[in-house]
Write a protein that binds this ligand. Structure first.
Ligand code: ATP
Ligand code: MG
Length: 364
């Protein structure tokens, strides 16, 4: 029996419309679970609350859930901390069994566009369309008179596995969205008019613990995305290996250094070595993009994620890319009440909270 894809798409859209009230953004990363509660007031977004609960070593390895009970417990705690009523969430999904891609379509009625999305998706998805969920966002009309869309797809079992974790924590997944799209939403909202020049392209990097989202944005839309397998845990593991300490001690050494808060030479050397790998992977991704699109208009780069705090990373990226690199500050555009957060919390959230914020901003 063949699956009625159209019905599938409608079903997803219905879930989105239904779940839009009172939802929080939930980001399950390798190092921690993060929840952001966002309120939309007119054109403004307000951060009402944010919570973050660390995960134990190896809770998720290469996008495979290894420690479901610990992850659910962290989700439960994070929900409790934020006081989320019922923990209805927009869940971020990522990994090799997900795809976000821009498509140029011929256009037409909604039904015709849906047909074109499914036809195209079937051609390029690296997994079977029959076992996956496909959704799309309109971007706008293109020069050829057709429409541009961003197609988001994920394998059903990936969504189901993460849903189970949330349900075991007493929560409900109202919407699932791709982490890459959530991060890009914040980027668009924060950068605003700075993204308007159609002759320029921009690189957005979310450098986390196990992976880096690599996103090229041009002329009002995502034109290329890739998940690159680099992240801060590679440094942690190297510290463990070279210094004979455990994961938690290594993480601590990386973040706080010695008793005086200085990073010892040994650690700095490890960081420099691993960061070289980061740069060569980012270079590969950018070279691939340039050779497949002939687009050489990169104008600047914006970074987020906890590992963008690695000493020397921004300077190294600037040298590698030959453009200015800056850190995405969600609070350039997103409001919050100063009495609700300490300065240190806001600083932490600014670096590691962007995906959860983008998920929390999600509207139907
Ligand atoms: N000051 C710092 N210096 C170096 N690394 C840091 C610093 N602060 C945080 N990190 C690193 O950032 C990583 C956590 O960042 P983030 O929360 O963005 O990742 P994640 O979302 O959990 O992971 P992923 O998205 O890869 O699943 C950890 O590897 C942590 O060691
Ligand atoms: Mg992350």
């Amino acid at each position: 029996m063949s699956i009625d894809y159209k019905k599938e798409i409608k079903k997803i859209l219905k879930t989105i419309a239904f779940g839009s009230k009172g939802i929080v953004g939930l980001d399950i990363g390798l190092s921690s679970v993060k929840i952001a509660s966002i309120e939309k007031k007119g054109d403004e977004y307000h951060l009402l609350g944010f919570s973050k609960v660390s995960l134990p070593e190896g809770a998720i390895i290469e996008d495979e859930i290894q420690k479901p009970e610990e992850i659910s417990e962290a989700i439960r705690q994070a929900g409790e901390e934020i006081g989320a009523d019922g923990l209805n969430c927009c869940l971020g999904i990522s990994g090799p069994n997900t795809v976000a891609r821009k498509l140029q379509l011929a256009g037409g009625t909604d039904d015709e566009i849906e047909d074109q999305v499914l036809w195209e998706a079937e051609q390029y998805l690296p997994f079977d369309i029959e076992d996956s969920t496909v959704d799309y966002h309109f971007v706008g009309e293109n020069e050829g008179g057709g429409v541009d869309v961003i197609v988001a797809a994920a394998k059903n079992d990936v969504i189901a596995n993460f849903k189970e974790l949330v349900e075991a924590a007493g929560g409900t997944v109202k919407i699932a969205d791709l982490g890459i799209l959530a991060v890009t939403n914040v980027f668009e909202f924060v950068m605003g008019d700075k993204l308007n020049n159609p002759e320029e392209s921009y690189l957005l990097l979310d450098i986390g613990a196990q992976k880096t989202f690599f996103i090229i944005y041009k002329d009002g839309m995502i034109v290329f995305t890739k998940e690159v397998n680099i992240g801060g845990v590679m440094i942690t593991e190297e510290i463990q290996r070279q210094m004979g300490v455990n994961y938690y001690e290594a993480e601590d050494l990386k973040l706080t250094g010695d008793d005086n808060g200085n990073l010892p030479e040994e650690i700095l050397e490890i960081i420099d070595d691993v960061v070289e790998t980061f740069f060569s992977e980012i270079k590969k991704a950018i070279d691939f993009y340039i050779s497949s699109t002939s687009d050489e208009s990169l104008a600047y780069c914006v970074v987020t994620g906890g590992s963008s705090l690695i000493p020397g990373l921004l300077e190294g990226l600037e040298a590698l890319l030959g453009v200015d690199v800056s850190v995405l500050n969600p609070f350039d555009a997103i409001q919050y009440k100063e009495k609700d957060f300490t300065e240190e919390e806001i600083n932490q959230i600014a670096y590691t909270g962007v995906q959860a914020i983008g998920l929390g901003m999600r509207q139907p």
